[in-house]
Design a protein around this ligand. Sequence first.
Ligand SMILES: [Zn+2]
Ligand SMILES: [Zn+2]
Length: 277
Amino acid sequence: MLRKAVGGKGLVDYHLHTRRCGHATGAVADFARAAEEKGLLEIGFADHIPQYFLPEDRRDPGLAMPEEELSAYVAEVLETAAGFKDLEIKLGIEADYVPGREQALEAILGRYPFDYVLGSVHYLDGWGFDNPAEIAGYAGRDVDALYREYFQLIQQLAASGLFDVVAHPDLLKKFGCRPRGDILPLYEETVRVIAASGMAVEVNTAGLRQPVGEIYPAPLFLELCHRYGVPVTLGSDAHRPDDVGRDFEQAVTLLRRVGYREVAVFERRRRRYRPLR
Ligand SMILES: [Zn+2]
Ligand SMILES: [Zn+2]
């Protein structure tokens, strides 16, 4: 008998975006129903935090929800969570790390009962390097210098103590900008800082749907995480209900090969573990 494709049965998806962010489709409940159908045990919403790091007139409603919608987002997640019995639903947020704006971020995070906070770097000095509309920005840049700049920010993010998880740790490769030469020292330096911070890293399958065609982070980076005892979370980065748990079979295969046997989950910013099935 043919088995139905199961995206994430028995697993956890901690990186879901809803229509509130302006570039995704589906409400919280639509994602929850999709997760239930696919047999996930637990999901977490991590919509993009309002662009607190930009002046109000430069914020883009197509990239993140406006600040006045944040409390409605929180309420929608909490209300939906109360209505699902066999699926645990957590309240997360994906927050950009922007040097110098730590206090503003801390103030927003303190206002809501988040279970976890994903920390992301989507900008290098104001350049949205993962935004298809800004892809021309790669022209003429030195790849090694970009990698140093990006991973130094990831290290600062980890050292800030504001986040629980490093989201898509090597997002810089999204459009195919892969590291050249010996990347090991930079990766190792970064993983040591993450390990010292007590954070987890996210294994994110969205890279498979992008030009790079590879899970975030690269296997070498994940091997270092395992060696230094860094826990992992699992996320699809779904921007539509169909993508919940997408390609998790590949993520689990990678994780098991590297040596992971459990994934981290969070409740009110305290970490627990679930076995990797
Ligand atoms: Zn998004
Ligand atoms: Zn992101």
